[in-house]
Structure formats: structure tokens, C-alpha cells
Design a protein around this ligand. Structure first.
Ligand code: HDE
Length: 682
């Protein structure tokens, strides 16, 4: 509790105090509070005899252990949660009566959980996958959950297809292979037979599917919601989270190696940065469409497989979220957090987006099995910070002790309380949208263009992103065994871009695609990562040092990196003090085996050697080659030039040679801020 300072704490944090327990320096007891004199031996009849039935301590301890696991989430099983705060930049009263957006500077506690979708709870942080981006706002008017993803669109248009999609992308049911990836027959079979997936699949093949950090990815509501103001006027709205550090991603080769070296990379990175006070931040933006303009676009604004181009519908930035506190207990907080897009507050309402409508059913339903009954709202992490009163009672694990004999409405015994609140008193009133129609199982024709926007995405990308997509398709479809499915996918994506499909067909030895792409020339530059924000903060440098390294050449590099917020590890063949020339010393905290080049945003080569000179060279070369291949910074001091020359790397963009460009440290910081040097050609 030491890190929590009175005064800076949110209402949620203070509420959680009632549930926190610190077991340090306490006597061990049973769950009934009985102090136990022994905890290492079962109660037995004689020291070699059978265990006795009356050993309540053994039974309690073992029974609790036997029941420790709950089902993991059916999707988004692997996630990472953090506490923080949201601050509104201005009053949004003209658009919504939501109190947490009503005043400039108003702060609201939040809990965010970022997740992968497909992999199981124990899988990796860095598969090619969509990331979930769920935020619970503990507002004065009740919990508001913004449950989004890191891409602005989804695979399907109607939620009734969600079980099919998830069955297809999860490991195949007969052998539960492969884990955390869509690179297998059933997923691509689903894609080819459900062509509404085209747009989302293009995004999934792009670098967006491999975020370098959770703090370097966007978040989107995807679904269309409504803002409603106090006058009852409504607008359609979609939400965006824009990371302050910009959008940055791994290469696929890099991601696979990160998985091997540190499958917890993304969560470890955020945990560590939060502990160090480098808090991840995102600005919240909204795109709004007037009701009268509902049909003024060449896509349907209720279709979750379409993004709203930012150039046509600008994003208004309305606040900032800062995540500034790690959880005390992963299970109690992150695992038990229950999000739901239907947790809304007055001023936020739904649209008829058929994907959203299905979600409004699914989330409560899934919590009932996962969290074991209808009282999951009482779990500390899920409790609103405002009071809640109704006539619901009982159920597994009920904690609230409702006093009195009335648990029904209407009543006279308790004077008709708890009573509904009027709209003026903050009561939620659903937007009175007029609806009429025949009951049909059908989809509007306005949902049927599956390729124009997928092509718009392709048209808007930089060369490095297009190359990434071709390589991703080649990997993923290259893993598909069924030739028919492979060909169907190639033919399908020729609708997006014929040359792209041709290139993939060549790589996987499929037939050239039939047909040509749709004629759609519009672009939306905002969907490309090319012009993103580039900052040095939270970047990681590895400095290779061997015995006799060039300490002089490093000069003030360490200070410059630190000033810029870049952390550095010294890497050598062993941990401990490494002696350089001219009396310099470095404390190597990592070795070629405890770490790997892919875990850094760039390397600095300070030269030197090891006990086995050949092995040192081979290790250093491998580190340099990977860093260079993944377009990252390679800095070389005078004494590091020999090691650099022995690698496959070459001078060029992002390779900073000491002495060549004035201030070495400054040039390195700029290069780390830039991160990837895609101008580098192979
Ligand atoms: Fe979810 N989704 N989803 N989803 N989703 C779940 O709820 C579902 C969809 C998203 O960190 C489940 O508590 C359906 C879109 C996130 O705990 C489940 C459909 C988007 C999380 C569920 C979708 C999301 C979930 C599983 C199609 C982005 C993790 C566990 C109609 C806008 C929340 C759970 C967390 C989790 C259903 C589609 C985001 C089964 C039926 C689109 C971030 O209820």
C-alpha cells in the first residue's frame, strides 16, 4: 500500500481498500479464522499411517486448491489489466448528457484490460491477432464500459455468425492445433466462404496485428453507438483511442522470435513502465454523424465491417486516459473483471448495428458461467463507485445484506422504494427511435459491398505496410493444407488488389487469381501507420560490450538515452563487470542467452570480445543481423566497427556510425524515436 498516496487516490482505489488484505507478518489461520500450529504434515494415524478424515485443515486447503480455476474467457482469454484515470478535455454537453464528459477537467477512475482474442490464457502476447481494448469507467452515474478492439472494423456483420467465426479461428477441434493463430485451414475456409471478412482480414494481415506495445496501438469501439443530449437530440457516434506514443508494430519474423524469448513481452513492458512512472496514455476521440446524414455515405454506418474514414468524419479529441497503477492481484482484478458494451450511462445509447445488438446479449450470458452466477457485479473490481439499489436478491456468492422485508415493486411497506428515478433525477431513458418493419432473417443491401473499403485500406498504405501484408498472407495461406481453400482465398483477395493476390499466389505456388479488383480509388491516409507520432520514451536499447570494449566511444550516450526516456541494458557473454579500454567498466545485466536482439528497439555496438572470441563474434553478429533485418537502429562506436563489419548489416538509414554525423548520442536518440527504418532496402 506504500505507493498509494492519500489525496491522489481515485474513488475506485479507495473502495478497493475495503477488500485488500495484506498477509505479511500475520499468523496462518484456516478460513474460519482458527490459528494453525502446523501446515506441513497431514494428520495421520502414526507417522507412517493413513491420513485421518477429521483433518479439516488438510481438507480445506486441498478443496480450495481443487476449485481454484474458473473457465477462461471464450474469446479474449489472455489479457492484462491496469487501473488509471480519464480526464475530460471539454464539456460535451451539446452532444451527450453523460456526466463523465460534461465538464472540462472532470476525472473518472478507469480499469482497462487489453487482450489477444484467439489464444488461450497461457498463450503469447504477440500472435498475429486483433487486440481487445476494454475500458471500464467508474462514473458517478454507474459503470460505463467501452469494449473495443485495436482495429476499427470486425470480421462479420451479424452477431449470429460469431460462434462460427470463433470456432473457425480457434485451434481445430480434433487435435487442438494450432494455438493463438488463424494460420490454418478452418479459419481461411471461413474467410473464403464469408466474404464480409475481407476488410478485417486486410487489417489483420497488416502490421497493426503485431503491436510493439499496448501503449502504441489505437483502440476503436467499432460498433456504432448514439450520443444523446439533455434536449433528447441524438447523433451516431464511434469511439477512438489514440496512443500518445503513436502506432508502432513488430515485423512478423520479429514477433515470432519475441514469442520464443518472452511470450509476456507486452504485459511485462507495460507493467515495468507503470512501475517506473512511465504511464501509458491515450486520447479519447469521437466521430459523430448527424441523424439526418445517416444515408449520406457509400457504406452503411451501422455496418461493423466498415470504418468511418477520418477524412470524411473527423475525430474530435475529447479527453485523455492515463493508466497509472498495476493491479495488486491478477485474478481478483484482471481475471474477474466483467465488461459489457451494454453497461451504459445516460447520454450513451445503442444503434441497430446487428453486431452490437448480438453483443448486448452475449456478455452477461458469458459472465454467468465464467464468474459462476448473477452476483458478479458485487466482485470488488466490478462494483460501481456509486451506490446500487434494486429488488434483486440471492444467488450464488451473494455478499450484499439487503435489510428489510421488501424485495418487490410496487410496494407500500417501503413506500414504493427503491423507486425509479425520473430523467431529471438521472434515470436512464432509452432513445425513442421509431422502428417498423417485417420480421425477417435478411441483411440490408447496403451491407453487401465487401471489397471497396478493403481496397481503400490497401490504397492508403505505405510500401512497407503493403509488403507486410503480402508476406503475412503468404505465411498464413502457406500454412493451409487444402489446395482448394488456398485458391479460394487468392481469388477472393484479387477483389482487393490483383497484384497483391498475384504476389501471394506466386509465393505459395497457387494459380494466378481469376478476375480483377474492384474499381475504388478513394484513400484514407489516417489508416496508414506511416505518419504516426514518433517519440523516444520507453524505447529499449541493448549495448553490446565485450572485454576491452570502447568505453570512450560511448561518450555521453548513456546520459543522452536516459534524458530521452530510453532504457539500456549492457549485453555481454556473462553477467557482471566487463572491463573496457582506458579503465572504462560496464555492468552487464544481460547475456547473449538471457536476452535477445528482438527484445530491443535497437542495438549499440561498443566492441570488445569474450573468452571464446569466435563465439562472441557469432553471438554479436546474430544480434546485429536481426536488429538490422527488423529495420531497427544499429549504433556503432569506433571500437565496435570490427564487430559490425563481420555482420550482414550495412551502412544506411538507421545505422549510426560514431564520428560520421556529429553528436553520436543525439543521432541515436533521433533514430530510436523513429523506431523502424523502412527506407532500408535488402
Ligand atoms: Fe466480444 N466478447 N464479442 N467483441 N469482446 C467477449 O465476453 C462477442 C466483439 C471484446 O477484457 C466475451 O467477457 C460477440 C467486437 C473485448 O474481458 C463474449 C461478438 C469487439 C472482449 C464476447 C463480439 C469485441 C470481448 C468473452 C459479435 C470490439 C474482452 C468474454 C457479435 C468492438 C473483454 C467476455 C475483457 C469479450 C462476445 C464481437 C471486443 C463472449 C457475440 C466487435 C475487448 O461475451
Amino acid at each position: 500500500m506504500d505507493k498509494r498516496q492519500q489525496g491522489k487516490r481515485t474513488s475506485k482505489d479507495l473502495q478497493l481498500d475495503h477488500f485488500r488484505t495484506d498477509d505479511r507478518n500475520k499468523k496462518l489461520t484456516t478460513n474460519q479464522g482458527l490459528k494453525m500450529a502446523e501446515d506441513e504434515h497431514s494428520l495421520t494415524a502414526g507417522d507412517r499411517g493413513p491420513t485421518l478424515m477429521e483433518d479439516f485443515h488438510f481438507r480445506e486447503k486441498m478443496t480450495h486448491f481443487d476449485h481454484e480455476r474458473i473457465p477462461e474467457r471464450v474469446v479474449h482469454a489472455r489479457g492484462f489489466g491496469m487501473h488509471g484515470e480519464f480526464e475530460a478535455y471539454e464539456s460535451m454537453e451539446d452532444y451527450t448528457k453523460a456526466a463523465f464528459l460534461s465538464e472540462k477537467g472532470k476525472k473518472t477512475p478507469v480499469f482497462a484490460r487489453i487482450s489477444t482474442v484467439v489464444g488461450q490464457r497461457g498463450s503469447t502476447d504477440i500472435p498475429r491477432d486483433v487486440r481487445g481494448f476494454a475500458v471500464k469507467f467508474y462514473t458517478d452515474e454507474g459503470n460505463y464500459d467501452l469494449v473495443g478492439n485495436n482495429m476499427p472494423i470486425f470480421f462479420i456483420q451479424d452477431g449470429i455468425k460469431f460462434p462460427d467465426l470463433v470456432h473457425a479461428i480457434k485451434p481445430e477441434p480434433h487435435n487442438e492445433i494450432p494455438q493463438a493463430t488463424g494460420a490454418h485451414d478452418t479459419f481461411w475456409d471461413f474467410v473464403a466462404n464469408n466474404q464480409e471478412t475481407a476488410n478485417q482480414v486486410m487489417w489483420l494481415m497488416s502490421p497493426r496485428a503485431l503491436p510493439r506495445s499496448y501503449s502504441m496501438m489505437e483502440g476503436f469501439s467499432i460498433n456504432t453507438f448514439r450520443f444523446v443530449n439533455a434536449k433528447g437530440e441524438a447523433r451516431f457516434v464511434r469511439f477512438h483511442w489514440k496512443p500518445v506514443l503513436g502506432v508502432h508494430s513488430f515485423e512478423w519474423d520479429e514477433a515470432q522470435k519475441v514469442t520464443g524469448n518472452d511470450p509476456d513481452f507486452n504485459r511485462r513492458e507495460l507493467w515495468t513502465n507503470i512501475e517506473m512512472g512511465n504511464y501509458p496514455e491515450w486520447e479519447l476521440g469521437v466521430q459523430m454523424i448527424e441523424e439526418k446524414d445517416e444515408f449520406n455515405f457509400d457504406f452503411d454506418i451501422l455496418d461493423a465491417t466498415k470504418f468511418w474514414p477520418e477524412e470524411e468524419i473527423p475525430v474530435k479529441i475529447i479527453g485523455k486516459m492515463t493508466l497509472n497503477r498495476n493491479v495488486d492481484n491478477f485474478f481478483a482484478e484482471t481475471e474477474q473483471a466483467a465488461f459489457h458494451p451494454g453497461h451504459v450511462v445516460p447520454g450513451i445509447d445503442f444503434s441497430n448495428d446487428p453486431l452490437l445488438q448480438a453483443r448486448l446479449f452475449s456478455y452477461t450470458d458469458t459472465q454467468l458461467i465464467r464468474l459462476g452466477g448473477p452476483n458478479f457485479h458485487e466482485l470488488p473490481i466490478n462494483r460501481p463507485v456509486c451506490p446500487f439499489h434494486n429488488n434483486q436478491r440471492d444467488g450464488y456468492g451473494r455478499q450484499t445484506i439487503n435489510v428489510g422485508n421488501v424485495s418487490y415493486h410496487k410496494n407500500s411497506l417501503a413506500d414504493n422504494t427503491p423507486s425509479p428515478a425520473s430523467e431529471e433525477e438521472g434515470g436512464y431513458v432509452h432513445y425513442q427511435e421509431k422502428v417498423e418493419g417485417r420480421k425477417v432473417r435478411a441483411r440490408s443491401d447496403s451491407f453487401k459491398d465487401h471489397f471497396s473499403q478493403a481496397r481503400m485500406f490497401w490504397n492508403s498504405l505505405a510500401d512497407f505496410e503493403k509488403m507486410h501484408i503480402i508476406e503475412a498472407f503468404s505465411f498464413e495461406i502457406g500454412k493451409v493444407k487444402n489446395q482448394n481453400v488456398r485458391q479460394q482465398v487468392i481469388d477472393m483477395f484479387a477483389n482487393v488488389d490483383r497484384d497483391m493476390a498475384m504476389a501471394v499466389a506466386k509465393n505459395i505456388n497457387a494459380n494466378p487469381p481469376k478476375g480483377n479488383h474492384v474499381q475504388y480509388d478513394k484513400k484514407s491516409p489516417a489508416v496508414s501507420m506511416a505518419d504516426t507520432v514518433r517519440k523516444p520514451q520507453t524505447r529499449r536499447a541493448g549495448i553490446i560490450v565485450g572485454e576491452g570494449f570502447d568505453g570512450n566511444g560511448l561518450g555521453d550516450v548513456l546520459d543522452k538515452l536516459k534524458e530521452a526516456g530510453i532504457t539500456a541494458d549492457f549485453i555481454s557473454e556473462r553477467q557482471g563487470t566487463i572491463k573496457g579500454q582506458d579503465g572504462y567498466k560496464a555492468e552487464a545485466n544481460q547475456t547473449f542467452t538471457t536476452t535477445n536482439a528482438v527484445l530491443y528497439d535497437g542495438l549499440i555496438i561498443a566492441g570488445g570480445t569474450g573468452e571464446n572470441a569466435m563465439k562472441f563474434k557469432m553471438n554479436a553478429s546474430e544480434f546485429i543481423n536481426d536488429t538490422f533485418k527488423h529495420y531497427k537502429t544499429v549504433g556503432v562506436t569506433e571500437g565496435g566497427k570490427e564487430l559490425f563489419a563481420q555482420s550482414m548489416a550495412q551502412e544506411g538509414p538507421g545505422v549510426i556510425m560514431a564520428g560520421a554525423r556529429g553528436d553520436f548520442g543525439k543521432a541515436l536518440v533521433e533514430s530510436f524515436a523513429r523506431y523502424k527504418h523502412y527506407e532500408r532496402k535488402f
